[in-house]
Ligand binder design. Structure first.
Ligand code: C2E
Ligand code: CA
Ligand code: CA
Length: 659
């Protein structure tokens, strides 16, 4: 209502001026002027009220009821003033004046219905106050023209009232809707605010959760690392264990491949650790391992040293060439060799180190370890206190050994094995009294030496089968030696064979098949054999002796066992090792004399091996050795050559004796 007040009031003033100043009647003019001033004043007050609303109240929490009351009051006063005019001056109006006045009133009423639409009752009241009194007066005036206009006025009043009611309803509805809308918008805004707030809270919570999550993740990561660390460490030495080391090796290999660097891998094996463990106990052994691990650790950080198992360690040296690797390994050996204290035991320990290089020797990680291990193993055989760098020759050797190992499997079936015999002559009579059977293997059109393939056969257990073949063959050959019917055959027997329960059966079968007189059979065993299962060996030896088969102790003086073996097991022959004969000048003679003394004490005869010169033969004869064996007399030869050799020798001796 207030928003339309100014144009409405201005319109009213114009309309009022129109009716006052259009028809000037001298008698009423001053009254009309007073009326005009009055209505103008009311209009101005209402404009003022409107301006106050427009400038001050609008957009504020103003008192709606008071403003409405003021407005309604203004409207009612205005309507009454208009009514006063039309009713008051009715009698002075001619037909035209009345028609125009009525028209002005109708237009004011029409305008008001819009302006007052905000207030239903007032908008209707305004129309009625404006039109009804003057129209009724006209209807009852008795003048025809006035009556028509009066009826028209009344009709218009009714129509306008209805229209005002409707407009008002519409406007009120609109206002209500607008109000509701604005409330809705407000609620919506409020809700949006709340949603925003909730959203903010949610996002805060999300951030917090994220933080918590990431710290949880970090915690899990840390724990996992810890667990991994624990599971990848060797519990005793705190060095990396096998699997962790291989992982580390893979990483380093990858890095080095990308950058074109080489890596050295050291395989470190302690010497004589088993002895310490056996003699001083596991606790001391553990203390030794821990100390060695510490010494290794000082050379490499944790990621590069590992305990491979038992007394074996690995060390990885990234970015190393061969020279660096060898000098690190040498330094390591020196450090390990320094005296160590293990639970108050002063110990001296050495280590053998093998080295393999990536990628020169192999680009495969597990093979790298194998090759370093292999180099170490080879070096250990040499008993040299120097690190050993892997070479491809060594590898060829390894491959060759593998080839031999598998070739040996069917050596018997393929008839690749045969025996050679080497005569052993009597010092006094110069007659060959014994022939040692020495095994030969014809493999891939070449001869393989027995000291190469016999250990292989022993490792694979194949020695039982091969040994049985040798024993059988030797017995048959010897039983057919018409050239030397009284000479004996000596057969080398491995420890593995002696420990085999079936050995005595094999022996009996060979004797039975060949019908060889058991006294013509000698079995040669090596002294070192007694280091193992002594009781079993003694039992087998007793069984052998009970069959009248002779037993020789081979390579005497080179083994580890004590001489007391000679006492408990009576040997028929002690064979003095070739090395003492070859080194007679450098102390060998003393050992030979000692050996002969012991042999004589136990009633054994002696054979000196490896006689190559007349001088050696003479010396040993003079020292009282019973038999001689060596290239001076004959190299080992196949059975048919042996016959030729013996017959030829007999002829020579006969010729010499007739001279
Ligand atoms: P061993 O029993 O000590 O055999 C003697 C070795 O010395 C033989 O080598 C023989 O050829 C060699 N020899 C003999 N006289 C001389 C000499 O004057 N100078 C030099 N430099 N060497 C001489 P071989 O035949 O190569 O046999 C080596 C080893 O193989 C044997 O040593 C023996 O331990 C083993 N062996 C040979 N045949 C058999 C077998 O049938 N069974 C078992 N278990 N071992 C065997
Ligand atoms: Ca021998
Ligand atoms: Ca020997």
């Amino acid at each position: 209502m207030y928003s339309n007040v100014i144009p409405g009031m201005v319109g009213s003033i114009v309309a009022a001026a129109f009716v006052v100043f259009l028809f000037k009647t001298a008698s009423t003019h001053s009254l009309k002027l007073i009326w005009f001033v009055a209505i103008s004043a009311v209009m101005l007050i209402r404009i003022g009220d409107g301006l106050v609303w427009y400038l001050k109240l609008r957009h504020t929490e103003f008192d709606g009821q008071a403003a409405t009351n003021r407005f309604v009051l203004g409207a009612v006063v205005t309507a009454l003033l208009w009514s006063t005019y039309s009713v008051g001056f009715f009698d002075t109006m001619d037909e035209a004046q009345f028609a125009i006045t009525l028209a002005v009133l109708c237009s004011v009423a029409g305008g008001s219905s819009t302006i007052l639409a905000g207030h239903k009752q007032v908008s209707v009241l305004f129309v009625i106050l404006l039109l009804a009194p003057v129209s009724l007066m006209a209807v009852f005036s008795g003048q025809n023209y006035h009556i028509y206009l009066g009826i028209l006025g009344l009709l218009f009043c009714v129509a306008m009232s209805i229209s005002a009611l409707r407009t008002s309803s519409l406007v009120l509805e609109t206002i209500k809707l607008r109000h509701e809308n604005s409330q809705l918008v407000e609620t919506m805004n409020l809700e949006i605010d709340q949603v925003d707030e909730v959203h903010q809270k949610l996002s805060n919570a999300y951030d917090k959760l994220n933080d918590a999550n990431s710290s949880l993740e970090k915690e899990v990561e840390r724990r996992t690392e810890e667990i991994q660390e624990l599971s990848s460490l060797d519990p005793l030495t705190q060095l990396y264990n096998r699997s962790a080391f291989i992982k580390q090796l893979l990483k380093t290999v990858k890095k080095s491949t990308d950058r074109g660097h080489s890596i050295a891998l050291l395989f470190i094996d302690l010497n004589g650790f088993k002895k310490i463990n056996d003699s001083l106990g596991h606790k001391v052994g553990d203390a030794v391992l821990v100390e060695i691990a510490n010494r290794l650790g000082a050379f490499a950080n944790d990621y590069q040293a590992a305990r491979w198992g038992g007394d074996e360690f690995l060390m990885l040296i990234p970015y190393a060439d061969k020279t660096t690797a060898l000098s690190v390994a040498t330094a390591l050996q020196t450090r390990i060799a320094q005296p160590l204290d293990a639970m108050s035991n002063q110990l001296n320990l050495t280590a053998t180190i093998g080295i393999a290089m990536f990628p020169e020797h192999t680009s495969n990680e597990t093979e790298l370890i194998q090759l370093a291990d292999f180099a170490m193993f080879e070096q250990k055989k040499l008993r040299v206190n120097e690190p050993r760098m892997f070479t491809h020759d060594l590898f060829q050797n390894l491959k060759y050994v593998e080839e031999l190992r598998s070739g040996l499997q069917d050596a018997i079936a393929k008839k690749q094995l045969y025996l050679c015999y080497q005569p052993i002559v009597c010092c006094k009579t110069h007659q060959p009294r014994l022939f040692e059977a020495l095994l030969r293997w014809n493999f891939n059109d070449g001869l393989v030496r027995p000291d190469i393939f016999i250990p292989l056969a022993e490792q694979s257990g194949l020695i039982r089968e091969i040994g049985a073949w040798v024993l059988n063959r030797a017995c048959i050959d010897a039983s057919q030696w018409q050239h030397s019917p009284d000479a004996s055959v000596t057969v080398n027997v491995s420890i593995i064979q002696l420990q085999d329960d079936d050995f005595i059966n094999v022996l009996d079968k060979a004797l039975q098949t060949s019908q060889l007189d058991p006294t013509r059979l000698h079995l040669e065993i090596t002294e070192s054999m007694f280091a193992d299962d002594k009781d079993k060996v003694r039992e087998t030896l007793d069984a052998i002796k009970s069959r009248d088969v002779q037993v020789s102790i081979d390579d005497f003086g080179t083994g580890y066992s004590s001489l007391s073996q000679l006492q408990t097991l009576s040997f028929d022959i002690v064979k003095i090792d070739r090395s003492f004969v070859q080194n007679m000048q450098q102390g060998g003679e003393a050992i030979i004399r000692a050996t002969m003394f012991i042999a004589n004490e136990f009633g054994s005869q002696t054979v000196a091996e490896g006689i190559e010169t007349e001088d050696e033969a003479q010396k040993l004869s003079d020292m009282g050795v019973d038999f001689l064996q060596g290239f001076l007399f004959a190299k080992p030869m196949p059975n048919d050559e042996l016959r030729v050799w013996v017959e030829h020798r007999n002829v020579t001796i006969q010729a010499n004796s007739t001279d």
